[in-house]
Design a protein around this ligand. Structure first.
Ligand SMILES: [Zn+2]
Length: 197
């Protein structure tokens, strides 16, 4: 609870009342969010991910967690980067948990080829793509967990650079995941702002 929301000059009774009001508002908000999720369900594809059409593009993704980059070594931080081994990942092929992200459509290929079990597939596609907070930081540095494209005046140069270094597809998939995440956040904000609590 944000202590700044409470006036330190109040007596204990009125502080208790304010605390209860804030808790009630937060519970109402959580209920709204649950309603949002059920509203969005129809936008899910066969892999249980959101599929959104924008400007002739079919964007696929989900609402993930955003971790602080100082916490990246913690065990609780997972599915932030795409697994560099893809469908050759030793963990996945042994039906074991992989700390890195595997897209459900890729896992589906392994399921069809009978390289993973149905039980493992069903469990693993529930692991959503998560993010690190620097994913939204626009910077030319080589860190793959930042955004490398998007400033209008530099866009043509950046596109050519990404194409020449074979990074265009990677950068597209990264931006796609973040945009779907942001659209879902924006939609939830839109619903709450149109129906203030
Ligand atoms: Zn892996």
């Amino acid at each position: 609870m944000d202590k700044a929301l409470l006036d330190l000059g109040d007596d204990v009774q009125s502080q208790h009342k304010k605390l209860k009001e804030i808790t009630d508002r937060m519970n109402q908000l959580l209920l709204e969010f649950e309603k949002c999720h059920s509203l969005f369900t129809h936008a899910k594809n066969e892999y249980n991910q959101y599929q959104i059409s924008v400007l002739g593009m079919n964007l696929v993704g989900d609402l993930g967690n955003i971790y602080d980059n100082r916490d990246m070594r913690l065990k609780s931080v997972h599915q932030v980067s795409v697994c560099k081994y893809g469908n050759k990942c030793g963990h996945v092929l042994r039906n074991r948990y992989c700390k890195f992200y595997h897209a459900p459509c890729d896992l589906h290929d392994l399921l069809i080829a009978k390289k993973i079990t149905r039980e493992y597939y069903d469990k693993t596609i529930k692991l959503k793509r998560n993010f690190v907070n620097t994913s939204w930081l626009y910077s030319p540095n080589s860190n793959k967990d930042v955004r490398h494209i998007g400033s209008a005046e530099k866009l043509p140069t950046e596109l050519i650079m990404l194409q020449n270094t074979n990074q265009l597809e990677y950068e597209y998939k990264e931006l796609e995941a973040r945009i779907v995440h942001d659209l879902l956040v924006l939609k939830q904000m839109d619903i709450v702002r149109n129906k203030p609590i």
